[in-house]
Design a protein around this ligand. Structure first.
Ligand SMILES: *[C@@H]1O[C@H](CO)[C@@H](O)[C@H](O)[C@H]1NC(C)=O
Ligand SMILES: *[C@@H]1O[C@H](CO)[C@@H](O)[C@H](O)[C@H]1NC(C)=O
Length: 601
């Protein structure tokens, strides 16, 4: 009875090379104003004082932003951890906004669905301008879009749409495709989607059968010397496939972002093999820990060692950090090894990657890029570049702070400062500030943030820092200039990471600001990405209106972006954070206490 488990939508409102900028601190200005005489003087002297200040500011333009920032920071710090309750709105649904997101989902899904009437829903990817579908390979589709969207339909209570999708999975889905698929993407989107559909339908057997079939086809990717899985898998032949260009390399985030899915499958089936394969990757990573506790983005598939390559929270690095925390959460905080690995990594990120911009003091994460000099010596260069992908990290840090950084459990909503350990306070504050930065990178003509933002560093000099409005701009889109074709960095491809963080931050604080920011991003998507005839499109340049659209609707729009927006406005009793952990494609999986004991520590 597949429909029985449908989650009904609630309608009620029931309720290094680290830079010196990093070390700057905003000292509280000290004034001695206890003398009435001084006040008298001030009354007379205010004109020359203002003039002096104006001259001073003219030569030291960062002063104003420093002062402003001091107040903003202290306000943030209070508002988020709870001493102020003025923006606390509780965790019940905002029905109107939530339902607007459902309408958007219908607009996206039914555009695909209309095309689907003709093509039997088989297409992996959807092109919203030509209204055409394509498959990842010539061998035929693997349900990329359909399976990625199923749990969103279940959560939103779209029963008819869901029924058609289920019928397709039952009658037409096949993984017997003789072609090479990305191991990581297939796991997080398709295996993750099947597992969460299984959970949210109250264990509809169809989904677990399909999940087992798919996972068994993926396992051969792990047959390498190191146990690190190959980046691709031929699902039909059941063979791992190395990368053509980088045959010995695997990307760190890809090998370490299969664990939630495979471990949950073992939990469900009592077959330990999936768990063992997933865990052996984590053992290898732990064994080859880099000296500072960070992880570079490539590993060697034979030796299992890290290969000198960029260190970042963006592409190929991101979800390694995410899954350290989430594996600890997934098994109900019973596996201390993940807590240790996560805390170790967060200390290193804080030490080496978290950076503040010089003028408006935005918190962001830099990248460390390895360089060899002519003598072959390795050094690391700090690069002020942040992918949109990094924006998952603010919410992740805040979530982590309430788990590994909690001195009291359960925490209040919003948490009080006294409920955090020292590193909990650190991560919470960094997280809240990173979210603010990600929101600030939406300050573009479309209100959407670019794929990649660069930040000013002091060596950029003074002349470049004034944007057209005359206000110092600490971030910019590299290569974007009037009259020049927009660079790759300038696009917005419907990515979810900022709204993912807003969802987590709202659930942890009940602070209305997170909903307000999410709503404004949603409205920008509606205004600039919506295709009138159906679907949503990526846009080529966040600083161009009317927007120029690209004929592509990424599957994560329906699985992540619209789901997180929906949950941001939905009642917090739907998929509560103490019962579910979201995989990196936003597929919710239940938290469980494991019966498997492998002794990994
Ligand atoms: C994609 O694959 C599915 C399933 O094999 C098939 O029905 C569909 O026609 C394919 N689409 C294209 C554009 O080839
Ligand atoms: C998690 O552990 C706590 C006790 O530590 C227990 O009360 C709770 O039921 C467990 N949750 C799950 C989902 O197993």
């Amino acid at each position: 009875m597949p429909d029985e488990g449908l989650r009904k939508r609630k309608t009620g409102t029931s309720k290094s090379e680290k830079q010196s900028v990093q070390n700057e601190t905003t000292d509280e200005p000290e004034f001695d104003i206890d003398s009435a005489a001084l006040l008298q003087y001030l009354k007379i002297l205010w004109i020359p004082l203002v003039l002096c200040f104006a001259v001073f500011v003219y030569f030291n333009p960062s002063t104003l932003s420093d002062i402003a920032n001091f107040w903003i920071e202290s306000e943030d710090w209070q508002a988020s951890p709870g001493s102020s309750t003025k923006s606390f709105v509780g965790l019940s649904a905002d029905v109107e906004k939530r339902d607007a997101v459902v309408e958007a989902f219908k607009h996206a899904w039914r555009a695909y669905g209309l095309m689907v009437e003709r093509d039997a829903m088989g297409n992996d990817e959807y092109h919203p301008i030509s209204h055409k579908g394509t498959n990842l390979t010539k061998a035929g589709g693997i349900g990329y879009t359909v399976i990625d969207s199923i749990d969103t339909m279940l959560i939103m209570g779209l029963e008819d749409d869901y029924a058609r999708a289920r019928k397709w999975v039952e009658s037409s889905l096949s993984f017997d495709r003789d072609a090479s698929f990305n191991t990581f993407e297939t796991t997080i989107r398709v295996l993750g989607g099947l597992l969460s559909a299984y959970e949210l339908t109250g264990h509809d057997k169809l989904y677990i059968d399909r999940a087992i079939d798919l996972a068994d086809r993926i396992l051969p990717a792990f047959d390498t010397n190191s146990g690190l899985p190959l980046p691709n898998i031929n699902l039909g032949k059941r063979e791992g496939v190395a990368d053509v260009d980088l045959p010995y390399l695997v990307s760190t985030a890809e090998v370490s972002t299969l664990q939630l899915e495979l471990r949950y499958l073992s939990h469900l089936t009592d077959e330990d093999i999936y768990w063992e394969k997933a865990e052996s990757v984590m053992k290898t990573i732990k064994e080859h820990r880099m000296p500072h506790g960070l992880a570079s983005i490539y590993m060697h598939v034979d030796t299992g060692e890290f290969v000198p390559s960029a260190i970042r929270l963006g592409s190929r690095g991101d979800s390694y950090y995410e899954y350290l925390l989430k594996q600890y959460i997934q098994t109900n905080q019973t596996e201390a090894v993940y807590r240790e690995m996560y805390d170790d990594a967060m200390a290193a990120v804080n030490e080496h990657l978290i950076t503040k911009s010089p003028y408006t003091r935005m918190t962001y994460t830099s990248e460390l890029v390895p360089e060899r000099n002519s003598g072959g010596q390795l050094s690391w260069r700090l690069t002020p570049k942040q992918d949109h992908l990094v924006c998952f990290f603010g919410g992740s840090l805040m979530l982590g702070a309430t788990i590994t950084g909690a001195s009291t459990i359960p925490m209040s909503i919003p948490p009080r400062q006294s409920e955090f350990t020292d590193h909990g306070k650190r991560d919470w504050k960094n997280g809240a500030e990173l979210i603010k930065t990600c929101v600030d990178t939406h300050d573009t003509l479309t209100g959407l943030s670019p794929e990649i933002a660069h930040f000013r560093i002091p060596s950029d000099g003074m002349f470049d820092i004034f944007s057209q409005s005359g206000v110092p701009a600490d971030w910019y889109i590299k290569g974007a200039r009037p009259g020049v074709e927009a660079p790759y960095d300038a696009r917005y491809i419907l990515r979810p990471e900022t709204v993912e963080s807003l969802f987590l931050a709202f659930r942890l604080t009940g602070d209305i600001r997170y909903r307000d920011w999410g709503w404004s991003i949603f409205q920008s998507i509606e205004k600039h990405c919506k295709v009138d005839t159906g679907g949503y499109a990526s846009i080529m340049n966040v600083d161009e209106v009317p927007s120029r659209k690209e004929d592509k609707m990424e599957t994560f729009l329906m699985s992540e972006t619209l789901k997180y927006l929906f949950l941001l406005f939905e009642d917090a009793s739907v998929l509560p954070l103490d019962k579910y952990v979201f995989n990196t494609e936003a597929h919710p999986l239940p938290i469980f206490t494991p019966h498997i004991r492998t002794g990994f520590s």
